[in-house]
Design a protein around this ligand. Structure first.
Ligand code: MN3
Length: 249
């Protein structure tokens, strides 16, 4: 018995939407399927996940307000992860790779997903570093090996702050300010556009500040300079020091 036209179209749409047959049967009447597809997000495999914040949404107040943290972590970061997973879903060979491996060698990726991984893989890695590199009751002077390296390289912590804040302020449009370990194993201040990662240039990111407007606009409005200045109050130096020692090892 041949499938009716309705059944054929219905099954095709069910497959396209990632619905199960049971979902489709439950939908019932003609016409309901289109509405259901519009309301049902096709399932995206959870290859990468958004790491939970290691502190409460309001823990960084008054430097970063609760609402900014909620939207930034739960909406912005989640979108990068979902888009990254969607991009690599058709390529099982990529599913076991770390995010560092994926974005450190973009040329090795299939050409049709290179831009998506650059933007969304970069976004995932940058934000994961960002959350973990901040904390409540933080800030102050950098300690340990990173503290000594900062003094040796820049002359003082204040000189690093000045260079870093300038990098963030001068970044036109959206991007990041960074303290990195460069290819020669030396500390350096850089800036990247959009969600590009220092890893894409063979550098290791140690400390990054997000200067996209979504990171500060609710609280600081257009005053990016003020955000950059205040942000040092939430830098978690013990974590940054661990990254430095791991990168040097
Ligand atoms: Mn952001």
């Amino acid at each position: 018995m041949a499938l009716s036209r309705r059944a054929f179209i219905g099954r095709s749409l069910v497959a396209a939407a990632g619905l199960t047959v049971a979902d489709w049967l439950w939908l019932g009447q003609d016409g309901a399927i289109g509405t259901a597809i519009a309301q049902t997000t096709p399932s995206v495999p959870e290859i990468f996940k958004v790491p939970p914040l290691p502190y409460a949404y309001d823990a960084l107040q008054p430097t970063i307000d609760r609402e900014t943290m909620e939207f930034h972590h739960d909406k912005h970061h989640a979108a990068y992860v979902k888009n990254l997973n969607t991009a690599i879903a058709p390529y099982p060979d990529l599913h076991q790779k770390s995010i560092e491996e994926l974005i450190s060698n973009l040329d090795a990726l299939p050409a049709d997903i290179r831009t998506a991984v650059r933007n969304n893989g970069g976004g995932h890695d940058n934000h994961s570093l960002f959350w973990a590199g901040m904390g409540p009751n933080a800030g102050g002077q950098p300690t340990g090996a990173i503290g000594r390296a900062i003094t040796d390289t820049f002359g003082s912590f204040e000189a690093l702050q000045t260079a870093f804040n300038q990098a963030g302020a001068k970044r036109f449009g959206s991007g990041w300010a960074w303290l990195v370990l460069d290819r020669q194993g030396k500390l350096a201040v850089t800036s990247t556009a959009n969600q590009d990662s220092p890893r894409m240039d063979g550098q290791t990111p140690l400390l990054g500040n997000d200067v996209w407007e979504h990171a500060y606009y609710l609280n600081y409005r257009n005053r990016r300079d003020e955000y950059l200045k205040q942000w040092w109050n939430v830098v978690n130096w013990p974590v940054i020091n661990q990254r430095y020692e791991a990168a040097k090892a």
